[in-house]
Design a protein around this ligand. Structure first.
Ligand SMILES: Cc1cc2nc3c(=O)[nH]c(=O)nc-3n(C[C@H](O)[C@H](O)[C@H](O)COP(=O)(O)OP(=O)(O)OC[C@H]3O[C@@H](n4cnc5c(N)ncnc54)[C@H](O)[C@@H]3O)c2cc1C
Length: 358
């Protein structure tokens, strides 16, 4: 039976390990420095909101398209996974619209007028003027999901264990180190690299296109009637504004920042204040009109989105005599693309099987 080791236990590694272990012929082990339950600046997944707000352009939308129906099904059928349905509103300011049309603009897919994802969500609708907050030129609404990542990541781990996946905690200097670290006997046939931002420095990979995008959040006990995000703010250029209320008592995540190249791990109190002020302005119902003073803070957090210049890397390569399938560089959309990317990895793993007759 083919022996596969997945390096990384974030949402990318866990989802991939689960999808691979669903094929009974695979024997799967996960090796990672951080596991669900940990909080660390090198581990993005526990900091994410997380919701589904499609960000890709149409031509790169495969991963998000394939993930949406699976997350929706989990929300409806699997309450123990910590995912629930929630309406989401996307607001566009007039002053951002031209900027967003420029090539390479951040989140260009999300804030596009007539976005490709209008056909992905069956209840998608453009908002009439009277439903727009002051200062917004246009906006749309659709039924999305919000994931309580503190429940979802352990749930994914549990699904893997049910399928016989083994877990080993280890810090790798080189990707091929997994061959001596796996607790299973025998030769490792395929390695899946799902080390996120770790791929910048990991021996054998050292991908210089990897860079962090720092995201600061405030988690509060208050609830928002719907999720929302808007195309820009009047504060710093690398600040954004969104809110999402997690399933199963996970609190509401208020964001945020989008600081490309910043490795700063500590929350900035001034940024936190601006995040809270903007959220209360956009959704006064958060605090019944009391503004920031009415917020009940659970914690402040910072995560580094594993961004890759040139886009996500889902591809295979031969490293020595072992096939490696990469799955890293998911930037801001690791959850909402997770099932699609895992399916992409499975296809590549099957190509390796066919070639090597494992
Ligand atoms: C504030 C914020 C909000 C976000 N909101 C959303 C959202 O709403 N929706 C969404 O889809 N996404 C969101 N994201 C993005 C999402 O969190 C990431 O894209 C996703 O978590 C990346 O997952 P990953 O598994 O690839 O990487 P990670 O979660 O970082 O996991 C990397 C894994 O690799 C391991 N590893 C790395 N290097 C080594 C090594 N040398 N040796 C051993 N193990 C190693 C780590 O220990 C870890 O287990 C958000 C991110 C942030 C920061």
């Amino acid at each position: 039976m083919p022996n596969i080791v997945v390096a990384g236990a974030g949402v990318s590694g866990l989802t991939t390990a689960y999808v691979l272990s669903q094929q009974k012929r695979n024997v799967v082990t996960v090796v990672a420095k951080h596991m669900p339950g940990d909080y660390d600046i090198e581990y993005a997944s526990p900091v994410a909101g997380a919701n589904v707000l499609p960000m890709s352009a149409l031509e790169n939308s495969r991963w998000e398209r394939e993930t949406w129906p699976i997350l929706k099904k989990i929300a409806v059928q699997t309450p123990e996974a910590g995912v629930h349905l929630q309406k989401s509103r996307v607001f566009r300011r007039q002053k951002d619209i031209d900027k967003l049309k420029s090539p390479g603009a951040t989140f260009d897919g999300l804030f596009a007028e007539n976005p490709w994802y209008s056909t992905l969500f069956e209840d998608f609708r453009e908002l009439p003027k009277e439903e727009l907050p002051e200062g917004m030129a246009s906006g749309c609404e659709f039924g999305s999901v919000c994931i309580n990542v503190m429940v979802y990541l352990p749930w994914l781990l549990g699904q893997c264990r049910k399928n016989g996946v083994l877990f080993k905690r280890a810090s790798l200097k080189h990707l091929l180190d997994v061959t001596s670290l796996t607790p299973r006997p025998g030769k490792v046939d395929i390695i899946v690299n799902a080390t996120g931002l770790g791929s910048l420095k990991l021996g054998g990979v050292t991908d210089k296109d990897m860079t962090p995008i720092r995201g600061q959040v405030v988690v509060v006990r208050n609830e928002s009637p719907h999720m929302f995000t808007m195309s820009g703010t009047d504060d710093e250029a690398d600040e954004v504004c969104y809110a999402m209320t997690r399933a199963a008592g996970g609190g509401t995540v208020l964001g945020g920042t989008y600081m490309k190249g910043s490795w700063e791990s500590q929350p900035d109190p001034n940024q936190a204040m601006r995040i809270m002020r903007r959220a209360c302005q956009m959704v006064p119902e958060l605090t019944n009109g009391q503004g920031v003073r009415g917020l009940d803070i659970v914690r402040h957090g910072v995560g580094l989105r594993p961004h890759r210049n040139g886009g996500v890397r889902v591809e295979k390569e031969k490293m020595g005599d072992i096939w490696v399938v990469h799955n890293y560089g998911h930037s801001s959309w690791g959850y909402q693309g997770s099932w699609g990317c895992a399916a992409g990895v499975l296809e590549l793993v099957n190509e390796v099987y066919d070639r090597a007759k494992l």
